[in-house]
Design a protein around this ligand. Sequence first.
Ligand SMILES: Cc1ncc(COP(=O)(O)O)c(C=O)c1O
Length: 383
Amino acid sequence: MAYDDTDFDKVIPRQGTGSLKWDGAHAHFGGEVLPMWVADMDFAVPRIVIADLQKRLEHPIFGYPSNGPDMLQAADDWMAKRHGWRPEPGVTGMVSGVVPALFAAVRAFTQPGDPVIVMPPVYPPFMTAVRKNARELLLVPLQNNGAGVYEMHWAALENAVRNAKLLLLCSPHNPTGRVWTASELQRLGALCASAGCVVVSDEIHADLSHAEHTPFPALFPRSVLLTSAGKSFNIAGMGGGIAILPDPELRQRFHDEIHRSQIHQINTCALTAMTSAWRHGAEWQTALRGYLADNASFMGEYLTHALPAVVYRRPEFGYLAWLDVHRYGSDETLARRLRQTRLGLNPGPSFGPGGEGFVRLNFATPRSVLERGLERLQQTLLG
Ligand SMILES: Cc1ncc(COP(=O)(O)O)c(C=O)c1O
Protein backbone atom coordinates (compact mmCIF):
# COMPACT_ATOMS: atom_id res chain seq x y z
CA MET A 1 0.00 0.00 0.00
CA ALA A 2 1.68 3.22 -1.16
CA TYR A 3 0.99 6.19 1.07
CA ASP A 4 2.15 9.61 2.13
CA ASP A 5 3.02 9.02 5.77
CA THR A 6 2.32 12.60 6.82
CA ASP A 7 -1.06 12.88 5.12
CA PHE A 8 -2.86 12.53 8.43
CA ASP A 9 -6.16 13.61 6.85
CA LYS A 10 -6.26 10.39 4.83
CA VAL A 11 -8.79 7.88 6.13
CA ILE A 12 -7.25 4.40 6.14
CA PRO A 13 -9.88 1.72 6.84
CA ARG A 14 -8.71 -0.52 9.68
CA GLN A 15 -11.60 -2.99 9.74
CA GLY A 16 -10.45 -6.55 9.17
CA THR A 17 -6.90 -5.94 10.40
CA GLY A 18 -7.51 -7.61 13.75
CA SER A 19 -7.45 -4.20 15.45
CA LEU A 20 -8.70 -4.11 19.05
CA LYS A 21 -9.91 -0.56 18.61
CA TRP A 22 -11.91 -1.25 15.43
CA ASP A 23 -12.56 -5.00 15.15
CA GLY A 24 -12.70 -5.55 18.91
CA ALA A 25 -15.13 -2.67 19.45
CA HIS A 26 -18.14 -4.76 18.47
CA ALA A 27 -17.60 -7.26 21.27
CA HIS A 28 -16.60 -4.60 23.76
CA PHE A 29 -19.48 -2.19 23.19
CA GLY A 30 -22.08 -4.79 22.16
CA GLY A 31 -22.54 -3.44 18.63
CA GLU A 32 -21.08 -1.23 15.90
CA VAL A 33 -19.55 2.01 17.18
CA LEU A 34 -17.30 4.76 15.94
CA PRO A 35 -14.28 3.72 18.02
CA MET A 36 -12.54 6.54 19.88
CA TRP A 37 -11.35 4.47 22.82
CA VAL A 38 -8.15 2.33 22.87
CA ALA A 39 -5.00 4.48 22.78
CA ASP A 40 -3.68 3.80 19.31
CA MET A 41 -3.81 6.04 16.26
CA ASP A 42 -5.66 5.76 12.96
CA PHE A 43 -2.51 6.99 11.20
CA ALA A 44 0.03 5.14 9.08
CA VAL A 45 3.43 4.64 10.69
CA PRO A 46 6.52 6.28 9.16
CA ARG A 47 7.30 4.77 5.75
CA ILE A 48 10.88 4.12 6.74
CA VAL A 49 9.64 1.79 9.50
CA ILE A 50 7.70 -0.25 6.95
CA ALA A 51 10.70 -0.23 4.61
CA ASP A 52 13.01 -1.50 7.36
CA LEU A 53 10.51 -4.19 8.33
CA GLN A 54 10.20 -5.25 4.68
CA LYS A 55 13.96 -5.43 4.39
CA ARG A 56 14.14 -7.65 7.44
CA LEU A 57 11.32 -9.87 6.14
CA GLU A 58 13.23 -10.41 2.90
CA HIS A 59 15.69 -12.46 4.89
CA PRO A 60 13.85 -15.77 5.20
CA ILE A 61 15.14 -16.90 8.59
CA PHE A 62 13.51 -15.82 11.84
CA GLY A 63 15.52 -17.48 14.55
CA TYR A 64 15.91 -15.96 18.00
CA PRO A 65 17.08 -12.34 17.90
CA SER A 66 20.17 -11.25 19.82
CA ASN A 67 19.76 -9.04 22.86
CA GLY A 68 19.05 -5.98 20.77
CA PRO A 69 22.20 -3.83 21.08
CA ASP A 70 21.14 -1.72 18.09
CA MET A 71 17.71 -1.07 19.57
CA LEU A 72 19.15 -0.13 22.97
CA GLN A 73 21.62 2.26 21.34
CA ALA A 74 18.79 3.76 19.27
CA ALA A 75 16.71 4.13 22.45
CA ASP A 76 19.49 5.99 24.30
CA ASP A 77 20.21 8.20 21.29
CA TRP A 78 16.51 9.01 20.98
CA MET A 79 16.24 9.87 24.67
CA ALA A 80 19.20 12.23 24.30
CA LYS A 81 17.88 13.85 21.13
CA ARG A 82 14.20 14.12 22.04
CA HIS A 83 14.36 14.66 25.80
CA GLY A 84 17.86 16.05 26.37
CA TRP A 85 19.03 13.28 28.69
CA ARG A 86 21.40 10.43 27.85
CA PRO A 87 21.31 7.39 30.14
CA GLU A 88 24.74 6.05 31.14
CA PRO A 89 25.87 3.12 28.95
CA GLY A 90 24.44 -0.20 30.12
CA VAL A 91 21.52 1.04 32.18
CA THR A 92 18.85 0.63 29.47
CA GLY A 93 17.40 -2.85 29.06
CA MET A 94 14.66 -4.61 27.11
CA VAL A 95 11.22 -5.60 28.35
CA SER A 96 8.40 -7.27 26.48
CA GLY A 97 6.10 -4.28 27.06
CA VAL A 98 5.52 -1.35 29.37
CA VAL A 99 2.55 -2.87 31.17
CA PRO A 100 4.31 -6.21 31.86
CA ALA A 101 7.25 -4.16 33.16
CA LEU A 102 4.96 -2.15 35.44
CA PHE A 103 3.63 -5.40 36.92
CA ALA A 104 7.20 -6.73 37.29
CA ALA A 105 8.31 -3.53 39.03
CA VAL A 106 5.62 -4.03 41.66
CA ARG A 107 6.97 -7.54 42.35
CA ALA A 108 10.61 -6.44 42.22
CA PHE A 109 10.36 -3.57 44.70
CA THR A 110 7.64 -4.65 47.14
CA GLN A 111 6.38 -7.69 49.04
CA PRO A 112 2.78 -8.98 49.09
CA GLY A 113 0.67 -6.71 51.28
CA ASP A 114 2.97 -3.68 50.92
CA PRO A 115 1.27 -0.38 50.07
CA VAL A 116 1.93 1.03 46.59
CA ILE A 117 0.95 4.62 45.71
CA VAL A 118 -1.07 5.31 42.57
CA MET A 119 -2.60 8.68 41.63
CA PRO A 120 -6.00 8.29 39.96
CA PRO A 121 -7.70 8.99 37.68
CA VAL A 122 -5.09 6.96 35.84
CA TYR A 123 -4.51 4.37 33.11
CA PRO A 124 -6.28 1.33 34.66
CA PRO A 125 -3.33 -1.16 34.59
CA PHE A 126 -1.61 0.98 37.23
CA MET A 127 -4.27 -0.17 39.65
CA THR A 128 -4.44 -3.78 38.42
CA ALA A 129 -0.63 -4.06 38.67
CA VAL A 130 -0.99 -3.49 42.40
CA ARG A 131 -4.15 -5.51 43.00
CA LYS A 132 -3.24 -8.54 40.88
CA ASN A 133 0.09 -8.78 42.66
CA ALA A 134 -1.71 -8.76 46.04
CA ARG A 135 -0.20 -5.47 47.19
CA GLU A 136 -2.22 -2.77 48.93
CA LEU A 137 -3.45 -0.07 46.58
CA LEU A 138 -2.79 3.29 48.24
CA LEU A 139 -4.76 5.76 46.17
CA VAL A 140 -3.75 9.42 46.34
CA PRO A 141 -6.15 11.05 43.87
CA LEU A 142 -4.97 14.01 41.82
CA GLN A 143 -6.73 17.29 42.49
CA ASN A 144 -8.82 18.90 39.77
CA ASN A 145 -9.27 22.64 40.13
CA GLY A 146 -12.69 22.36 38.44
CA ALA A 147 -11.44 23.83 35.17
CA GLY A 148 -9.73 20.57 34.21
CA VAL A 149 -6.27 21.40 35.57
CA TYR A 150 -4.86 18.57 37.66
CA GLU A 151 -2.21 18.72 40.34
CA MET A 152 -0.72 16.23 42.71
CA HIS A 153 -2.19 16.21 46.20
CA TRP A 154 0.95 17.20 48.08
CA ALA A 155 -0.39 16.96 51.62
CA ALA A 156 -1.83 13.47 51.01
CA LEU A 157 1.39 12.38 49.29
CA GLU A 158 3.46 13.48 52.25
CA ASN A 159 1.45 11.14 54.43
CA ALA A 160 1.33 8.28 51.94
CA VAL A 161 5.09 8.09 51.24
CA ARG A 162 5.72 7.40 54.91
CA ASN A 163 4.12 3.97 54.45
CA ALA A 164 4.78 3.07 50.83
CA LYS A 165 7.91 1.58 49.30
CA LEU A 166 6.79 2.26 45.74
CA LEU A 167 4.97 4.94 43.75
CA LEU A 168 3.77 4.36 40.19
CA LEU A 169 3.92 7.62 38.26
CA CYS A 170 2.30 8.22 34.89
CA SER A 171 4.43 10.94 33.26
CA PRO A 172 2.91 12.49 31.23
CA HIS A 173 -0.36 11.59 32.84
CA ASN A 174 -2.97 9.53 31.01
CA PRO A 175 -5.85 10.51 31.06
CA THR A 176 -5.67 13.98 32.64
CA GLY A 177 -3.45 15.48 29.94
CA ARG A 178 -0.76 16.80 32.27
CA VAL A 179 2.92 16.93 31.40
CA TRP A 180 4.45 17.23 34.87
CA THR A 181 6.83 20.17 35.11
CA ALA A 182 10.43 19.71 36.23
CA SER A 183 9.62 21.48 39.48
CA GLU A 184 6.64 19.21 40.21
CA LEU A 185 8.82 16.16 39.52
CA GLN A 186 11.58 17.62 41.65
CA ARG A 187 9.18 18.06 44.53
CA LEU A 188 7.74 14.56 44.15
CA GLY A 189 11.18 12.99 43.82
CA ALA A 190 12.51 14.79 46.89
CA LEU A 191 9.51 13.66 48.91
CA CYS A 192 9.90 10.03 47.82
CA ALA A 193 13.68 10.00 48.20
CA SER A 194 13.46 11.28 51.77
CA ALA A 195 11.04 8.46 52.62
CA GLY A 196 12.90 5.74 50.70
CA CYS A 197 9.97 5.26 48.31
CA VAL A 198 11.02 4.14 44.81
CA VAL A 199 9.38 5.90 41.84
CA VAL A 200 8.57 3.94 38.69
CA SER A 201 7.79 6.42 35.93
CA ASP A 202 5.81 5.25 32.90
CA GLU A 203 6.81 7.74 30.17
CA ILE A 204 5.29 6.00 27.16
CA HIS A 205 3.42 9.16 26.07
CA ALA A 206 6.37 11.53 26.58
CA ASP A 207 7.39 11.89 22.93
CA LEU A 208 4.04 13.45 22.13
CA SER A 209 4.40 16.20 24.73
CA HIS A 210 3.87 19.77 23.59
CA ALA A 211 5.39 21.07 26.82
CA GLU A 212 8.92 20.15 27.91
CA HIS A 213 9.04 16.68 29.41
CA THR A 214 11.66 15.75 32.03
CA PRO A 215 12.68 12.07 32.27
CA PHE A 216 12.35 11.19 35.95
CA PRO A 217 15.75 9.47 36.40
CA ALA A 218 17.44 12.58 34.98
CA LEU A 219 16.43 14.20 38.28
CA PHE A 220 16.50 11.17 40.59
CA PRO A 221 18.71 8.28 39.39
CA ARG A 222 17.31 5.94 42.05
CA SER A 223 14.15 5.39 40.03
CA VAL A 224 12.88 3.47 37.02
CA LEU A 225 11.81 4.81 33.62
CA LEU A 226 9.61 2.61 31.43
CA THR A 227 8.81 3.50 27.85
CA SER A 228 8.61 2.30 24.25
CA ALA A 229 8.06 3.57 20.73
CA GLY A 230 4.63 1.93 20.79
CA LYS A 231 2.42 4.96 21.41
CA SER A 232 4.32 7.72 19.70
CA PHE A 233 5.06 5.81 16.48
CA ASN A 234 1.85 3.76 16.46
CA ILE A 235 3.54 0.36 16.68
CA ALA A 236 2.03 -0.74 20.01
CA GLY A 237 0.75 -4.00 18.52
CA MET A 238 4.32 -5.13 17.89
CA GLY A 239 5.01 -5.20 21.63
CA GLY A 240 8.29 -4.41 23.35
CA GLY A 241 9.68 -1.64 25.48
CA ILE A 242 12.64 -0.49 27.49
CA ALA A 243 13.42 -0.02 31.16
CA ILE A 244 16.05 2.47 32.28
CA LEU A 245 17.48 1.93 35.76
CA PRO A 246 20.57 4.01 36.55
CA ASP A 247 20.78 2.63 40.11
CA PRO A 248 22.74 -0.69 40.18
CA GLU A 249 20.84 -2.16 43.12
CA LEU A 250 17.38 -1.42 41.68
CA ARG A 251 18.59 -2.60 38.26
CA GLN A 252 19.66 -5.96 39.70
CA ARG A 253 16.33 -6.47 41.49
CA PHE A 254 14.37 -5.57 38.38
CA HIS A 255 16.62 -7.72 36.18
CA ASP A 256 16.02 -10.72 38.48
CA GLU A 257 12.26 -10.20 38.37
CA ILE A 258 11.95 -9.83 34.59
CA HIS A 259 13.97 -13.00 34.18
CA ARG A 260 11.85 -14.78 36.78
CA SER A 261 8.71 -13.76 34.90
CA GLN A 262 10.38 -14.18 31.48
CA ILE A 263 9.51 -10.75 30.08
CA HIS A 264 13.06 -9.72 29.17
CA GLN A 265 12.83 -10.37 25.45
CA ILE A 266 11.39 -8.70 22.36
CA ASN A 267 10.47 -10.29 19.04
CA THR A 268 12.36 -9.62 15.83
CA CYS A 269 9.74 -7.41 14.18
CA ALA A 270 9.36 -5.20 17.24
CA LEU A 271 13.12 -4.81 17.53
CA THR A 272 13.33 -3.79 13.87
CA ALA A 273 10.38 -1.40 14.06
CA MET A 274 11.44 0.31 17.28
CA THR A 275 15.05 0.71 16.15
CA SER A 276 13.90 2.19 12.86
CA ALA A 277 11.38 4.53 14.49
CA TRP A 278 13.88 5.89 16.98
CA ARG A 279 16.61 6.26 14.37
CA HIS A 280 14.62 7.75 11.54
CA GLY A 281 11.20 8.82 12.81
CA ALA A 282 11.87 12.27 14.29
CA GLU A 283 10.60 14.29 11.36
CA TRP A 284 7.44 12.23 10.99
CA GLN A 285 6.76 12.59 14.70
CA THR A 286 7.16 16.36 14.60
CA ALA A 287 4.57 16.48 11.80
CA LEU A 288 2.29 14.20 13.82
CA ARG A 289 2.51 16.45 16.89
CA GLY A 290 1.49 19.38 14.73
CA TYR A 291 -1.56 17.52 13.42
CA LEU A 292 -2.55 16.40 16.90
CA ALA A 293 -2.24 19.98 18.18
CA ASP A 294 -4.55 21.11 15.37
CA ASN A 295 -7.02 18.35 16.23
CA ALA A 296 -6.94 19.47 19.86
CA SER A 297 -7.76 23.04 18.75
CA PHE A 298 -10.49 21.85 16.39
CA MET A 299 -12.04 19.95 19.24
CA GLY A 300 -11.84 22.92 21.58
CA GLU A 301 -13.62 25.17 19.08
CA TYR A 302 -16.28 22.55 18.39
CA LEU A 303 -17.00 22.02 22.07
CA THR A 304 -17.08 25.74 22.85
CA HIS A 305 -19.81 26.25 20.26
CA ALA A 306 -21.79 23.03 20.48
CA LEU A 307 -21.34 21.79 24.03
CA PRO A 308 -20.27 24.69 26.24
CA ALA A 309 -21.01 22.81 29.46
CA VAL A 310 -18.29 20.23 28.71
CA VAL A 311 -15.14 21.08 30.64
CA TYR A 312 -12.30 20.42 28.21
CA ARG A 313 -8.76 21.43 28.95
CA ARG A 314 -6.52 21.02 25.96
CA PRO A 315 -4.15 18.12 26.80
CA GLU A 316 -0.48 19.03 27.15
CA PHE A 317 0.48 15.93 25.17
CA GLY A 318 -0.77 13.35 22.74
CA TYR A 319 -4.27 12.56 21.69
CA LEU A 320 -6.36 11.73 24.73
CA ALA A 321 -9.05 14.25 25.65
CA TRP A 322 -10.36 13.98 29.19
CA LEU A 323 -13.83 15.45 29.09
CA ASP A 324 -15.81 16.47 32.13
CA VAL A 325 -19.40 15.86 31.00
CA HIS A 326 -21.09 15.58 34.39
CA ARG A 327 -23.39 18.52 33.68
CA TYR A 328 -25.12 16.44 30.99
CA GLY A 329 -26.24 13.59 33.26
CA SER A 330 -25.07 10.60 35.28
CA ASP A 331 -22.53 8.02 34.12
CA GLU A 332 -25.36 5.51 33.69
CA THR A 333 -27.40 7.86 31.49
CA LEU A 334 -24.33 8.69 29.48
CA ALA A 335 -23.47 5.00 28.95
CA ARG A 336 -27.01 4.35 27.71
CA ARG A 337 -26.95 7.30 25.33
CA LEU A 338 -23.52 6.37 23.99
CA ARG A 339 -24.92 2.95 23.06
CA GLN A 340 -27.74 4.68 21.19
CA THR A 341 -25.48 7.10 19.32
CA ARG A 342 -22.89 4.35 18.73
CA LEU A 343 -19.85 6.21 19.94
CA GLY A 344 -17.09 4.17 21.58
CA LEU A 345 -15.40 6.14 24.37
CA ASN A 346 -13.63 5.07 27.56
CA PRO A 347 -15.90 5.71 30.55
CA GLY A 348 -14.28 7.94 33.18
CA PRO A 349 -14.97 5.61 36.14
CA SER A 350 -12.71 2.94 34.60
CA PHE A 351 -9.77 5.25 35.46
CA GLY A 352 -10.52 4.99 39.19
CA PRO A 353 -11.69 7.54 41.75
CA GLY A 354 -12.08 11.00 40.23
CA GLY A 355 -13.18 9.53 36.89
CA GLU A 356 -16.90 9.83 37.64
CA GLY A 357 -18.64 12.21 35.24
CA PHE A 358 -15.84 12.00 32.66
CA VAL A 359 -15.17 10.25 29.37
CA ARG A 360 -11.88 9.82 27.53
CA LEU A 361 -11.91 10.49 23.80
CA ASN A 362 -9.03 9.46 21.51
CA PHE A 363 -8.62 12.09 18.79
CA ALA A 364 -5.70 10.47 16.93
CA THR A 365 -7.78 10.15 13.82
CA PRO A 366 -8.26 12.12 10.58
CA ARG A 367 -10.11 15.38 11.14
CA SER A 368 -13.15 14.21 9.20
CA VAL A 369 -13.51 11.21 11.54
CA LEU A 370 -12.99 13.42 14.57
CA GLU A 371 -15.74 15.71 13.34
CA ARG A 372 -18.09 12.74 13.00
CA GLY A 373 -17.18 11.66 16.52
CA LEU A 374 -17.88 15.12 17.90
CA GLU A 375 -21.25 15.19 16.14
CA ARG A 376 -22.10 11.91 17.83
CA LEU A 377 -20.91 13.29 21.16
CA GLN A 378 -23.22 16.25 20.65
CA GLN A 379 -26.16 13.90 19.93
CA THR A 380 -25.19 11.85 22.97
CA LEU A 381 -25.06 14.73 25.41
CA LEU A 382 -27.96 16.74 24.09
CA GLY A 383 -30.11 13.58 23.85
C1 LIG B 1 0.37 5.10 30.37
C2 LIG B 1 0.44 3.88 29.52
N1 LIG B 1 1.36 2.94 29.78
C3 LIG B 1 1.46 1.82 29.03
C4 LIG B 1 0.61 1.58 27.97
C5 LIG B 1 0.73 0.33 27.16
O1 LIG B 1 2.06 -0.13 27.14
P1 LIG B 1 2.44 -1.49 26.44
O2 LIG B 1 1.57 -1.63 25.22
O3 LIG B 1 3.90 -1.37 26.10
O4 LIG B 1 2.22 -2.59 27.43
C6 LIG B 1 -0.38 2.54 27.68
C7 LIG B 1 -1.35 2.29 26.60
O5 LIG B 1 -2.36 2.94 26.46
C8 LIG B 1 -0.45 3.71 28.46
O6 LIG B 1 -1.37 4.67 28.20
